[in-house]
Design a binder for this molecule. Structure first.
Ligand code: HEC
Length: 88
C-alpha cells in the first residue's frame, strides 16, 4: 500500500518537472535497458552531450564500429546522451 502511493507521487513529480527532466528520465531508463550491460553511466560523465549524441548516431547508423548494434531513435539518442553526460 505505502509503496504504490510513493510510486504515484514520483510519477506525478516527473510529469510536472517538464520535458527536460522527463527526457532525462527516459534516457536513464533506455541506458539501463540497452547499455548498462556493458557501460556504467559514470564512464561518460562530464562528456559533451552533443558530441556523445553524434557518436551514438554514427554507431546507430553503422558508421562507427561498436560492440553492439544500437537501435534507438534520434530522440532516444538525445535523451540517452543527456543522461550519460550527466553521469547519473
Ligand atoms: C555488448 C556490450 C555493449 C553494449 C550493450 C553497449 N556498448 Fe557501447 N561500447 C562497448 C565497448 C566494448 C566499447 C569500447 C570499445 C569500442 O570503442 O568499441 C563501447 C564504446 C562506446 C562508446 C564510445 C565510442 C567512442 O569511440 O568514443 C559510446 C558512446 C557507446 N559505447 C555508447 C553506447 C550506448 C549509448 C549503448 C546503449 C544504447 C551501448 N554503448 C551499448 C560495448 C557495448
Amino acid at each position: 500500500m505505502k509503496m504504490s502511493k510513493v510510486l504515484v507521487v514520483t510519477v506525478a513529480a516527473v510529469g510536472a518537472a517538464g520535458w527536460g527532466m522527463a527526457a532525462h528520465a527516459d534516457g536513464k531508463a533506455k541506458f539501463e535497458a540497452d547499455c548498462a550491460e556493458c557501460h556504467e553511466a559514470g564512464d561518460f560523465a562530464g562528456e559533451d552531450a552533443k558530441a556523445l549524441a553524434d557518436t551514438i548516431k554514427k554507431i546507430a547508423a553503422g558508421q562507427q564500429k561498436h560492440k553492439s548494434k544500437i537501435t534507438l531513435t534520434d530522440a532516444e539518442i538525445t535523451s540517452v546522451a543527456a543522461f550519460m553526460a550527466a553521469g547519473k
